[in-house]
Ligand binder design. Structure first.
Ligand code: FPP
Length: 238
């Protein structure tokens, strides 16, 4: 049997469909989705998993109707204010990855405040991917590395995996072991492309607002049954 995952990443999908099923506006799904975030974060930390990364807002989500984007930003600020105490009680450190500069000041300020105030917590690192796109992340890394090569800070023949990793927003994260996507969609949608190279993928039809501790348990027990070969043969890894 394989060891428990060190890093779980989640594409939280299906808030809009959940709301529609209930005859409510899309935003009701996001509000319920934020409650799920709170429950699942606590549960993952309780299970002593060291890293949890959540896809909270993609670069592509920015082109949703302005009203939905604004409401999502407001929800993020209110969730950060509400969850701050719980993060500290559970010794969870908050981090964020993505193009954070273009986020509204209200989000940036609250985010920086919680990141600063939780930075000594050691139980788990919770990373929110905000205004994040993995292709954009790789493009930015390539640009910086190219400049360093041009200025003779890095020699081209020395460029290797560690050079790339150290220039990503996600440089402090280990590889993803388990990637979960809710709502029945079976896509990666530009999330953590580098770090999921050997991740085990788990897709569930459950919509994110309905995702409970039991669903997490099911994902973990499914993960346990996988054989992670990393390109080797079954015999080699035994
Ligand atoms: C996907 O559902 C979800 C999002 C785009 C946003 C995720 C946001 C939250 C879970 C709430 C707040 C987050 C935090 C971190 C407190 P969708 O709108 O794409 O659903 P649909 O595919 O059914 O329309």
């Amino acid at each position: 049997m394989i060891k428990p995952p060190e890093h779980i990443a989640i594409i939280m999908d299906g808030n809009g469909r959940w709301a529609k099923k209930q005859g409510k506006k899309r935003f009701a799904g996001h509000i319920r989705g934020a409650e799920t975030v709170s429950e699942i974060v606590e549960e993952v930390a309780r299970k002593k998993i060291n890293f949890l990364t959540l896809f909270a807002f993609s670069v592509e989500n920015l082109s949703r109707p302005k009203k939905e984007v604004n409401l999502l930003m407001k929800l993020l600020v209110s969730s950060l204010k509400k969850e701050f105490k719980r993060l500290n009680e559970n010794k969870i450190r908050l981090c964020a990855v993505g193009d954070l500069n273009t986020l509204p000041n209200s989000v940036k300020n609250e985010l920086m405040f919680v990141i600063e105030k939780t930075k000594k917590n050691k139980q788990m690192i919770l990373t929110l991917a905000l205004n994040y796109g993995a292709k954009e992340e790789i493009i930015e890394a390539v640009k910086t590395i190219s400049m360093k090569v041009k200025n003779s800070i890095i020699s081209p023949e020395k460029v290797d995996e560690s050079t790339i990793i150290s220039h990503l927003y996600t440089r402090n994260l280990p590889p993803v072991d388990l990637l979960i996507r809710t709502s029945g969609e079976e896509r990666i949608s530009n999330f953590l492309l580098w770090h999921i190279a050997y991740a085990e993928l788990y897709f569930t039809k459950t919509l994110w607002p309905d995702f409970k501790k039991e669903d997490l348990e099911e994902a973990l027990s499914n993960y346990k049954k996988r054989e992670r070969r990393f390109g080797k043969t079954s015999e080699q890894i035994k």
